[in-house]
Every structure is written in C-alpha cells, then in structure tokens.
Design a protein around this ligand. Structure first.
Ligand SMILES: N[C@@H](CCC(=O)N[C@@H](CS)C(=O)NCC(=O)O)C(=O)O
Length: 204
C-alpha cells in the first residue's frame, strides 16, 4: 500500500492530485507541521529534509514533490496520462517540473511569507520575489500563447506541479497572475478535472 505523508499545503496537494489522476489507492498520514512533527525522529528517518510530501512505496521513502510525481508517472502510468510516453514530451514534462521547484515554488513561498507577515512587512522581500514571480508568469504566458491547453500541450506532471501554488496566488488576488488571461484560463482548465478537485481536498 502506498503511504502519503502530507499536510494541507500546495506541495502535498501535488501528490494527492497525481495519485487521484492515476486512480491509485493510498493511505494518508497527516504531518502536523505547526506542531513540528516533521522534526520527529520517525519522520526524519523518511526525509532528512523535514518536509512533506513523502511517499512510501514498497519500503522506499521518496521525497521532493517533483521526484514523487516522476516516480508515479514512471511506475503507475501505462497510458501516459500525467507523464507522456513520447520522449520529447516526457522530457518537457520533466523540464516544467524542475522549472516549478526552482521557480514558482520557492519564490511564491518566500513572497507569501513576506506578504502574510503580521505587523511591519519587509517591502524589499515583497518587491524582489514579486518581480521574479511576475517574470515567471510571463514565461508561462509565453508558453500558452499559441492556444495550447496545457503547458507542454498535453496534460502532464508539469501542470500538476504548478496548480496548487498558483491557485493560492489567484485566490489571494495577486495582480501579476490575474492580469494574464491565458494563465487564468489554463488554471481554470486544470481545476475542472475531477482528479484535481479530489486531490485538492486531501487531507480532508
Ligand atoms: N521542494 C520541496 C518543498 C517541500 C516543502 O516546502 N514542504 C513544506 C510544506 S509546503 C514543509 O514541509 N515545510 C516544513 C519545514 O520546512 O519544516 C518539494 O517540492 O517537495
């Protein structure tokens, strides 16, 4: 049985979406991040980097959301539903996965920290990460400019990687996202998928 260690955060939801897309059964274990459970010895034995998500599969603990999605695609996706079979598209899906973990993920994470901070906010942090996020949104906009439905054409792990993070930015009303129509439409398209709705609801 697959075991997903997760929390109600965008990185955890990437994995529950992928599991739902592939129709896989799994057990959910919620890690209470605010209580520091990610620093407990049992969890550190799974992930020395003390972060969710972690997926246990046949005794192997896999961490880093991109690696987990790639693993699921390699092992459980015979139809190429989230990891295309075509070698070029497969590489592009991987490329967008790395792009997310090196770009939108950390920048939106740091921006969110500065943006949500109680009391006096660090205007410089908001400016630096906001400017980079605006640039990253332009990259996505450029990719979607030819009217394709998803980032690489067909739906893939590259879309799943971005979705839970960008809906947060959208819900927060961040203008550099909302003013990009093709990006908003792309997110809406992903959000209509039943598996995405199911995955976003985990953990309940
Ligand atoms: N690059 C990692 C990031 C994972 C991550 O940042 N997880 C956060 C929740 S969204 C976490 O567990 N933070 C707890 C901590 O840093 O102690 C991935 O993509 O899996």
């Amino acid at each position: 049985m697959l075991v997903l260690h997760t929390a109600a955060t965008p990185n955890g939801k990437k994995v529950s979406i992928a599991l739902a897309e592939l129709g896989l059964d799994y057990e959910t274990r919620v890690v209470r991040l605010l209580k520091g459970q990610q620093f407990e010895e049992a969890f550190l034995a799974l992930n020395p980097n003390h972060k969710i998500p972690v997926l246990e599969d046949e005794g192997q603990a896999i961490w880093e959301s991109g690696a987990i999605l790639f693993h699921l695609g390699e092992k459980y996706d015979p139809e190429g539903l989230i990891l295309p079979k075509d070698p070029q598209l497969r590489m592009q899906a991987l490329q967008m996965t790395f792009f997310q973990t090196g770009g939108v993920g950390p920048n939106l994470g740091r921006y969110g920290e500065a943006f949500q901070k109680e009391g006096e906010k660090n205007a410089e942090m908001i400016e630096i990460f906001g400017r980079e996020l605006e640039r990253l949104m332009s990259v996505l906009e450029r990719m979607l400019a030819d009217g394709r439905d998803y980032l690489i054409g067909p739906y893939s792990i590259g879309d799943i990687m971005h979705y839970p993070w960008l809906v947060l930015a959208q819900d927060a009303g961040l203008p550099w996202l909302l003013e990009r129509e093709s990006v908003v439409e792309w997110l809406a398209r992903i959000g209509q998928r039943p598996a995405v709705q199911a995955g976003m609801a985990v953990p309940g």
